[in-house]
Design a protein around this ligand. Structure first.
Ligand SMILES: NC(=O)c1ccc[n+]([C@@H]2O[C@H](COP(=O)([O-])OP(=O)(O)OC[C@H]3O[C@@H](n4cnc5c(N)ncnc54)[C@H](O)[C@@H]3O)[C@@H](O)[C@H]2O)c1
Length: 322
């Protein structure tokens, strides 16, 4: 069955990968983005497809949200300002986009009667909780303005179900990486940043001693989770949140080793690049590891790419695209 899908944040890393996937499956996809952090080059090849269209617009504008959502079966909402440090530097703009824009999207989805809005939640919602692995029901206090915005999304989504009957699913992404993730700018994520630095034989800088660990999640696992969430109709699976991760954790020292190994297939001298160690960053949690049992049980989620397999693919993409 073919659906009409709106993907917000369509020019960004995750949004553009979702666009590519769902266009490839023959669905009618509309992408919305204001290009704050996304790039048109991410969706350039899709522009010539009959089943893809793009609307340049801002989710902070309710009329734009209404226009984008009109006539859509499903909404995959990815648009937001990511990055903990960005939100520490400018909490007002992060809040405007991530909370105000999110609320606009909920209102537009409710008014248009969409079947479901699947939205990008975040592992940052676990905040200062020490429990490991992270299970959806046990969260701590947020450690950054960004984390607050993502938690508020979950609260609003819950209230929109209870008050207006709008169906939503929140996907708490854990450190997603892969093709098209931006390696540039002050707020680049570690994997694209380190990859680019190592490719240029520059020393990557780790904040701290490299023992902080993350549940790094390859983009194809995230695409799978979005599709399963979009199509889920089991009552227990809807109007709730799920961890989207691989379910394993790797520290930053090991991450750099794996990246070097992968890149050394192209240039052996990359193995000799040193690592620099700097101060810890405010708002960073020491360790992050997801339980993915709930997504497995209720969505049938089965991540296909572990960190090594994902890194090998991502490195090939960066090698031929940077
Ligand atoms: N990448 C991760 O590891 C990760 C982890 C947890 C959650 N998330 C969430 O996943 C979503 C996608 O993240 P990403 O990594 O692809 O980031 P990204 O920055 O590559 O993509 C976000 C997109 O949203 C767009 N956008 C920003 N403000 C907008 C606005 N006001 N109106 C319309 N579009 C706007 C940007 O231009 C960009 O294209 C975000 O909601 C983010 O918070 C990402």
């Amino acid at each position: 069955m073919k659906f009409k899908i709106l993907i917000t944040g369509a020019a960004g890393f995750i949004g553009s990968n979702l666009c590519e996937y769902f266009v490839g499956k023959g669905h009618d996809v509309l992408g919305l983005d204001n290009l704050a952090t996304g790039h048109m080059s991410n969706i350039e090849p899709l522009q010539e497809k009959d089943n893809f269209s793009f609307l340049k617009g801002d989710i902070r504008d309710l009329d734009t949200c209404h226009k984008a959502v009109s006539g859509r079966d499903y909404v995959l909402h990815q648009a937001a300002l990511g990055s903990v440090p960005r939100s520490i530097k400018d909490p007002v703009t992060s809040n405007d986009v991530n909370v105000g824009g999110f609320l606009n999207m909920l209102v537009a989805c409710k008014d248009a009667g969409v079947k479901k809005m699947v939205y990008a939640a975040s592992s940052s919602t676990y905040g200062d909780s020490k429990s490991m692995p992270k299970v959806e029901e046990v969260i701590g206090k947020p450690l950054s303005p960004y984390a607050i915005t993502k938690y508020v999304n979950e609260l609003y989504a819950d209230v929109f179900y209870k008050t207006y009957g709008l169906n939503t699913i929140g996907l708490r992404y854990f450190n997603v990486f892969g093709r098209k993730q931006d390696p540039n700018g002050a707020y680049a994520a570690v994997i694209p940043l380190f990859t680019k630095q190592l490719m240029n034989k520059q020393s990557p800088t780790i904040n701290g001693d490299g023992t902080y660990s993350r549940d790094f999640t390859y983009i194809d696992n995230v695409i799978q989770a979005n599709e399963k969430a979009m199509l889920a109709d089991h009552p227990e699976a809807v109007n709730t949140v799920f961890n989207v991760a691989y379910g394993d954790r790797t520290d930053l020292n090991m991450l750099i080793d794996l990246l070097k190994q992968s890149l050394s297939k192209h240039d052996k001298t990359i193995l000799d690049v040193d690592t620099i160690y700097g101060p810890l960053r405010a708002g960073d949690v020491p360790h992050s590891l997801a339980s993915i049992d709930k997504a497995k049980r209720l969505l049938g989620y089965q991540p296909q790419f572990n960190l090594k397999a994902g890194l090998d693919e991502a490195v090939e993409w960066y090698w031929s695209n940077l």
